[in-house]
Write a protein that binds this ligand. Structure first.
Ligand code: CMC
Length: 427
């Protein structure tokens, strides 16, 4: 579709092209806006700003659709495993058997982490938040892999990505083990990617590793559901940091910090803490609903609302069902799940939430599952980061291969206009 938008300003008319995405999204291309009109745009929080063209993930927030490279999240969560999805996101196509095997073998061959890294981990107090530790360790990896990646070499790009896919789960497991006071463990190259993560996280020092298929399958699904979500806060961070040609690990480390916040990935920790607080307070969900609606109260119903979804978050639907099944299969009767279901029901019927199109998001039920697996609450966002890693990598790769310009928004300055310096003694 070739169309144009006409802008009239100070008696002059300007035309801007309209671009159309493959899923029929329309956008005004304003690349020349400032040079031809002298105007810029103002859009705090980038609510209406498309920062790039991307072929990785499509989501339609009104219809509740999420697709990775054209495949629906529902189908991927049911039929694929996390490593296949990682390959799909990064390279654009589902791998065949040989490609998948090679990918996994290459990852296994890179899965050692320099012993010196343990000294860095040791420097953190046990009380340190795992997201801060993970972000720091990811950045510290650069010191042990210092050569910069030549982005025009497919091989170098491939190995940079494989290297982090291999080492990141070790860092995640070490972060958890430090928190739990367990000795650090390495992986086992006879195990599947997610199974190995499970082993590295949970193997007790004087016990045989016990494989738990229910947990491993549920973890695999959770990681798939978190694997990418187009230009969210952390992904935009990864792309913008990478756009300065900072390396992949530095960009990822910044993405981890962005994910940490409770309005983004940190919401899974915040949800569970909220549900626990409601339970400890007698389970009065209506009281917390009232607090969430009270504009004088900073409390928000964590795990509700989304910048883009104005309908059910499709990931939340899948997670809710999986949480029910997993808790049942593991024989866990968690009162927190009942509180979550009650809150969800009340919110979906409440005019405040209905009017604002606030639905449960991916974080509303995920924490209940992590808790059932024995993962400490402070580690929940780390699990989100583990899932999001392939998405960040895919987005970084796309940004570098497209040779995107450095990300550098403008502003509308509203401070003091030019004035003369006042010497200290006259102030
Ligand atoms: N509880 C109560 N009111 C809410 C909530 C909530 N969770 N979320 C939004 N609102 C209200 C908000 O007060 C505002 O009301 P009004 O129009 O009267 O001022 C309206 O709904 C629109 O909210 P907003 O903050 O302008 O929307 P946003 O797009 O800037 O923020 C959000 C989206 C996710 C940050 C927000 O909904 C929120 O803070 N939710 C709770 C935190 C959360 O669950 N975050 C996880 C997001 S999903 C995981 C991820 O991908 O990161």
């Amino acid at each position: 579709m070739a169309d144009k938008v006409t802008l009239e300003f100070q008696g002059k008319k300007y035309e801007f092209p309209v671009v159309e995405g493959t899923e029929k999204e329309l956008a005004i291309d304003i690349k020349t806006l400032r040079s031809v009109t002298g105007l810029t745009t103002l859009d705090p929080g980038y609510k209406n700003t498309g920062s790039c063209e991307s072929a990785i993930t499509f989501l339609d927030g009104e219809k509740g659709i999420l697709q990775y490279r054209g495949y629906s999240i529902e189908e991927l969560a049911e039929k694929a495993d996390f490593l296949e999805v990682a390959y799909l996101l990064i390279f654009g196509e589902l791998p065949n058997k040989e490609q998948l095997e090679k990918f996994h073998t290459d990852i296994k061959n890179e899965s050692h982490v320099d012993e010196e890294m343990k000294k860095i981990l040791d420097g953190f107090p046990k009380s340190a938040h795992p997201m801060g530790v993970l972000s720091s360790l990811t950045n510290a990896l650069i010191a042990f892999n210092p050569s910069s990646v030549n982005v025009s070499s497919e091989k170098e790009m491939y190995y940079a990505m494989v290297r982090i896919l291999a080492k990141f789960p070790v860092l995640v497991a070490w972060t958890l083990r430090k928190k739990k006071g367990l000795p650090l463990d390495y992986g086992d190259d006879t195990l599947g990617y997610v199974e190995n993560i499970h082993k590295m996280m949970f193997k007790r020092p004087n016990h045989q590793y016990e494989k738990n298929d229910i947990v491993i399958n549920a973890l695999d699904k959770l990681l798939i559901l978190h694997a990418d979500h187009e230009q969210n806060c952390s992904t935009s961070t990864v792309r913008i940091v990478g756009s300065s040609h900072a390396g992949l690990f530095a960009s990822l480390s910044a993405g981890i910090s962005a994910l940490w916040g409770p309005l983004h990935g940190g919401a899974n920790q915040a949800v569970l803490e909220m549900l626990e607080a409601i339970e400890a307070d007698g389970g009065d969900t209506e009281k917390y609903m009232a607090k969430a609606k009270d504009k004088n109260d900073p409390f928000r119903l964590m795990g509700f609302g989304h910048r883009v979804y104005k309908n059910f978050d499709p990931r939340a639907k899948i997670i809710k069902k999986a949480a029910d099944e997993v808790l049942n299969d593991l024989g866990i009767d968690d009162p927190i799940l009942e509180i979550a279901k009650k809150l969800e029901k009340e919110a979906l019927e409440d005019p405040y939430f209905v009017k604002r199109k606030l639905y449960p998001n991916v974080d509303f039920y995920s924490g209940i599952m992590y808790r059932a697996f024995g993962i400490p609450t402070e580690m929940f966002t780390v699990m989100f980061a583990l899932g999001r890693l392939p998405g960040w990598i895919a987005q970084w790769r796309e940004m570098r291969l497209r040779n995107e310009p450095i990300g550098r928004p403008r502003q509308i300055y509203v401070g003091e206009t030019k004035r003369s310096f006042v010497p200290l003694e006259k102030r």
